[in-house]
Write a protein that binds this ligand. Sequence first.
Ligand SMILES: Cc1cc2nc3c(=O)[nH]c(=O)nc-3n(C[C@H](O)[C@H](O)[C@H](O)COP(=O)(O)OP(=O)(O)OC[C@H]3O[C@@H](n4cnc5c(N)ncnc54)[C@H](O)[C@@H]3O)c2cc1C
Length: 465
Amino acid sequence: MIIGGGPGGYEAALVARQLGAEVQVVERQGMGGSAVLTDVVPSKTLIATAEWMTLTEQAGELGIGAEGGPDGEAGALRADLDVVDRRVVRLAQKQSKDIRTRMEREGIEIVAGTGRVGADIGPSGTRQVHVSQADGGERALEAEILLVATGATPRVLPSAQPDGERILTWAQMYNLTDIPEHLIVVGSGVTGAEFASAYNALGAEVTLISSRDHVLPGEDKHAAELIEGVFLRRRMHVLARSRAAGARRVGDEVHVELTDGRVVVGSHCLMAVGGVPSTAGIGLEEAGVRLSASGHIEVDRVSRTRAPRMYAAGDCTGVLPLASVAAMQGRIAMWHALGDAVAPLDLTSVAANIFTAPEIATIGVTQRDIESGAVDGAITRLPLQRNPRAKMLGIKEGFIKLFSDRSTGTVIGGVVVAPRAGELIYPITIAVSQRLTVDQLANVFTIYPSLTGSIAEAARTLHRA
Ligand SMILES: Cc1cc2nc3c(=O)[nH]c(=O)nc-3n(C[C@H](O)[C@H](O)[C@H](O)COP(=O)(O)OP(=O)(O)OC[C@H]3O[C@@H](n4cnc5c(N)ncnc54)[C@H](O)[C@@H]3O)c2cc1C
């Protein structure tokens, strides 16, 4: 039995079915979970439009002009947010439906409703799960093995209650029919930065409120600096060291009050201040599951909770809030529970991408790990401006950074800042996960001209005679 049909849940369900188990998935929202319905899929679909808009800004430089545009410039393009958002919602629903169809084809039973774990274990080791259905009905189900993959929901500050119209969570961003005149984004972490970047490209005035010195705190410092520079150059207002105390509607405006008394006035406000794990009130602690102070489920590296035969995966565990990690935790749980070969979760080769313009992709150790002395590594950074393909494409910002182990020469990490960095990071991810040396990475043929040529070149600079 799996509670939650996001990537943590549905990937686990497929593995469990493959291993011959009878599988039920309890889901209250729709298959694919928040990842598909409100988080990853919608945000990246919106960002796809923003990416095209960013590309068109270079049209003039590349010799493309709109017919009838002023001075032949392609400046007349604009995004129709109503069309964009309808596409976003349609695509998310379709993806959810495709997942449901696949699950049903595999013989997995999907139970619509909200699951709650019973405290008692039956004589044969089974556990009850009570499902409250939308029509008020209640079903009691029994399971031998339980996986909790209930994800997280947007954090809501009592002083900034979302109204779904002008004060919004990220899940409510797709009801908008017009580009906001002035979008205030509270929170400069990954979600805040991605939405700020996208709406800036779509033509909104954007103010990004960051409680820290710089945007994207905790990310590679050169990447964060570069993105902040891009934001400023694109006339985004970035308020550093500014903490939002609250947000309220005043007619058609939103007033965001900062803790130092300043008030930022905009037309809309996105609260991107993190997520809260969906672990309260569903019987977890009563069943023996241990929760951390933040409400996350404590798990080991094979996704076991403290309660017998109960596993947990994904955002409800707080291990790393990524769809790929949720899916892997879910699969590992099922491999372990059903007796298949299993290796514990290894976070050293998790690639992550921030879908700003340009994107920031990272893998492995960080520069901070090396500079703090925790890792004995060498660092190289190559600006993309020197790359011939980047010149042809009009790419002016970005870099490739590689880290290698000083004694063995193996590639231990990297950062790519570039358009489509999320794709470009793959060869570095392979190098890190397969423990390739910088020479092995450098000596693979790359296309000329190509952006990946800079990855090989960066590896070459780390060669030690
Ligand atoms: C705006 C945004 C963009 C993101 N972009 C990316 C990205 O580009 N790449 C990436 O890897 N990650 C991204 N993430 C993170 C990613 O969305 C999460 O890591 C991922 O959704 C976690 O999957 P999950 O299965 O744990 O939970 P979820 O996807 O949250 O699914 C959990 C499901 O469980 C259901 N549920 C909860 N409680 C119950 C209950 N009691 N009974 C029944 N059902 C229940 C929920 O309704 C939900 O459908 C993004 C997050 C946000 C907020």
